[in-house]
Design a protein around this ligand. Structure first.
Ligand code: BES
Ligand code: ZN
Length: 750
């Protein structure tokens, strides 16, 4: 670890972007999405949740739950407690049953599929009643067909002695009789024959011929002479090393059984979790994760490929908590090491219609060795990227992992899916070396170096890196999760239908407000959601688009229109400048409209339809405030005038005398008191008798001249003292009342 390719655990969280098509016009709560009626929602939950911390988007919520410690436990169960799982042996089936049991506990429908027969397997199982065997309690060696098959019921148990090459009596300890004899394996058949003959004659109860050096797997061999009636088996160099080091510490007892499984059947386990709304599994898209159960003879197969199942099961666990509209399949295939036998048997059972439903198959094989040069690769049979690979890249980007590379390789079960046209890729931590440019992965492919433990008895828990398993979970599991959820394109547009970039998209799918990220330059955000009813919301310039109750069932689009336009106010009464006589009955009339066919809150000085205030004379302000759902607000202010019922008892033009008292009489519909004249009035102003145009400044009529107002018998009388100097001129007389009305007469003065 520690290289640039490595991915520190829980270093994550980028943002999701993407795009599809839009369907729902927001602002129309009754609009339908994908045939599903949208429900209006109260929005009350939104407000409440908005104040608390936001939940993560579903991609990150799911990734956060992936825990490679759970994968490690599954790997231990398979590689240690069950041990080597050679195709066609009971251990392959036990592996399938274990995986099936876990999947059942997660609510999957589980099928064990038997297929075959396959070639006969000759295996020895080696355990110890008194020692902790390195690498795990269940060793597997190759049983020689020339010797005895004990079966499970006639196990041979004995102390172990080491007899070197066993070529002479001197190689054997004195107390060899009744013991299990370990000798160094020779590649020469005659040497092996001699060793076994010698051991048998010394009274050995079982013989192990194990490679002394060379990091070798257990050898299968026959004996050309003197077939002994004791079990004989070939061990790997690790077995030899481990036994010798145990013997250095003291007596070691081993217990061996040898079995011949004649043309046995192989086993696959298939877990299916049906999509919501497709319980029979006839139409939902299928997202499949595969791994192989079997290991090569003698190898616990912790990395190859218990690790793949460990990751598959952890993905299954987390996804099983979500209602999904995709069908999830977890495959544990047997016989991979025999030539992709189980996976080929499985794809042969798929109907054309079923194959057509596959989104892809993500094959997990060797998904986390600590071997330093290994990196995470997405390897395809033709070396080209495909949907499954691309989705893994995208998932890597979401968690900040850019170490994934794509090149060419078959050699695992993804090949079987590829061969029937299903997009697939092998995900593997491997020291893979792509071809040197200008060669490309497509036609050429690269080479690779496996970790030393590969296909060896040393492929134990020590060959497992929890950190790298976690990367696989986050990146490849993240891709699987992303595809198992519904893709929803959320777009934010203005009410003028312009895309709104950078709009924060949130959704409440029933458990609180969730941050789905922000829209891109095209106003869109690609989010993934489980099968749920979600209320989407966004806020742009303080304007909220929400209350979108959307039933998510299948991939779809949600369009949020953000209302950025102010509502309109139509004010019919009072209009600006309207005049009402004092005490007349008049009702207010107005309405407010939102441009998105929504109702705007509309509040006037008095409610629409209610009486206007005409009880006091003068100018009155009338205001209407309108606020739409998004919070756009506007107002309209008008002024209307309430006046006395006016009656003039004087003509528009009249003749009078200078230096006299001219009475100006008028009625105001009753006695309104003597304070009815506006301050500073009446005034008079000289005008041309010909044109009526002003010829001088206006001046108050009051003052020392003793002008005066009186009221009597329904009439007001204002006695205007005219000046002597005004003789022979014309003047206008202006009377402005405290209701704001002005009244004029022009007088020609003698
Ligand atoms: N897990 C390996 C796949 C693999 C590929 C490992 C490349 C290392 C490098 C798989 O289990 C395996 O061993 N496959 C066989 C081929 C298969 C068709 C029998 C192999 O690569 O030899
Ligand atoms: Zn393998």
């Amino acid at each position: 670890m520690g290289s640039s390719f490595d991915h520190p655990r829980r270093l994550r969280r980028l943002t999701v972007v993407g795009g599809l098509a839009a369907a729902l016009a927001l602002g129309t709560v009754s609009a339908a999405i994908g045939g599903v009626p949208a429900q209006g929602s109260s929005g009350a939950g939104l407000t409440a949740a908005a104040t608390s911390a936001l939940l993560k988007d579903y991609d990150h919520e799911i990734i956060d739950q992936f825990d490679s410690a759970n994968s490690v436990n599954h790997i231990r169960q398979l590689a240690v407690n069950i041990g080597p799982r050679l195709n066609g042996t009971p251990q392959e089936r036990e592996g399938a049953e274990y995986i099936g049991g876990i999947l059942k506990s997660y609510g999957f429908d589980v099928t064990l599929q038997s297929w075959g027969p396959v070639s006969t397997k000759n295996v020895a199982k080696v355990t110890s009643p008194n020692a902790d065997l390195p690498g795990g309690p269940n060793w597997q060696m190759a049983a020689s067909t020339s010797a005895k098959f004990t079966g499970n019921d006639a196990a041979v148990e004995g102390q172990v002695v080491y007899a070197k090459t066993g070529q002479s009596a001197a190689d054997f300890p004195a107390d060899t009789a009744g013991k299990i004899v370990l000798m160094d394996y020779s590649t020469t058949a005659s040497v092996r024959n001699t060793a076994v003959i010698n051991a048998a004659s010394q009274g050995a109860v079982a013989v192990i011929l194990a490679y002394a050096t060379g990091n070798n797997a257990p050898p299968s061999f026959t004996l050309t002479t003197a077939q002994p009636n004791i079990p004989v088996m070939g061990g790997g160099s690790a077995h030899s090393t481990w036994i010798k080091s145990l013997l250095d510490k003291g007596p070691l007892t081993l217990r061996v059984t040898t079995n011949q499984y004649v043309n046995p059947m192989g086993t696959n386990v298939i877990g299916i979790r049906h999509a919501v709304g497709d319980p029979d599994g006839t139409k939902a898209p299928i997202v499949m994760v595969g791994a192989h159960i079997d290991s090569v003879l003698g190898a616990p197969g912790a990395h190859d490929d218990a690790s793949g199942n460990g990751v598959s099961l952890e993905i299954a666990r987390v996804l099983s908590q979500y209602p999904l509209d995709k069908e999830l399949r977890i495959g544990g295939f047997g016989g991979e090491e025999g030539g992709l036998l189980g996976a080929r048997a499985y794809v042969n059972t798929l109907t054309a219609a079923e194959k057509a439903r596959f989104v892809g198959e993500w094959q997990m094989d060797m998904v986390g060795t600590p071997y330093e040069p290994a990196r995470l690769w997405a390897l395809t049979p033709n070396g080209q990227s495909n949907y499954v690979v691309q989705e893994a890249y995208n998932a890597g980007a979401r968690v900040g992992f850019d170490g994934l590379r794509n090149c060419r390789l078959g050699q695992s079960d993804h090949q079987a899916f590829f061969d029937v046209g299903i997009p697939s890729s092998l995900f593997i931590w491997l020291d893979y070396r792509p071809p040197a440019p200008p060669a490309v992965c497509g036609p050429t492919g690269g080479t690779y170096v496996t970790e030393p433990q590969y296909h060896k008895p040393t492929d134990t828990m020590d060959n497992i890196s929890p950190e790298r398993l976690q990367v696989t979970l986050d990146v490849v599991g993240g891709a699987v999760a992303h595809n198992a959820l519904n893709a929803v394109t959320v777009s934010a547009v203005s009410d003028g239908d312009q895309p709104l970039a950078g709009a924060p998209v949130r959704a409440d799918c029933g458990n609180g407000l969730r941050d789905l990220g922000t829209t891109g330059a095209d106003g869109r955000l690609q989010a993934v959601l489980p099968h749920a009813t979600c209320d989407f919301t966004t806020t742009v310039d303080g304007r909220v688009a929400n209350e979108r109750g959307v039933s998510i069932a299948g991939d779809q689009a949600v369009k949020m229109t953000v209302d950025l336009t102010k509502p309109t106010i139509s004010l019919t009464r009072p209009t600006d400048g309207a005049v009402f006589e004092l005490g007349t009955a008049a009702t207010a009339s107005y309405r407010c409209d939102d441009n998105l066919a929504g109702v705007a809150t509309c509040v006037g000085t008095v409610p629409d339809g209610s009486a206007l205030d005409t009880s006091t004379v003068g100018f009155h302000e009338f205001t209407v405030n309108a606020t739409d759902k998004a919070g756009n607000a506007t107002d309209k202010k008008v002024t209307y005038q309430v006046v006395y019922p006016w009656k003039a008892y004087f003509p528009e033009t009249m003749n009078g005398k200078a230096n006299s008292a001219v009475p100006i009489k008028f009625g105001l519909g009753g006695n309104r008191g003597l304070g009815v004249i506006a301050a500073g009035y009446p005034v008079s102003q000289p005008v041309s008798c010909d044109t009526g145009k002003a010829t001088g400044a206006s001046e108050p009529t009051s003052g020392p001249g003793n002008s005066k107002l009186s009221y009597e018998d329904g009439q007001y009388s204002y006695v205007w003292k005219t000046d002597k100097s005004w003789s022979g001129t014309c003047r206008t007389f202006e009377l402005t009342l405290n209701d704001g009305s002005s009244h004029f007469t022009t007088i020609s003065l003698k």
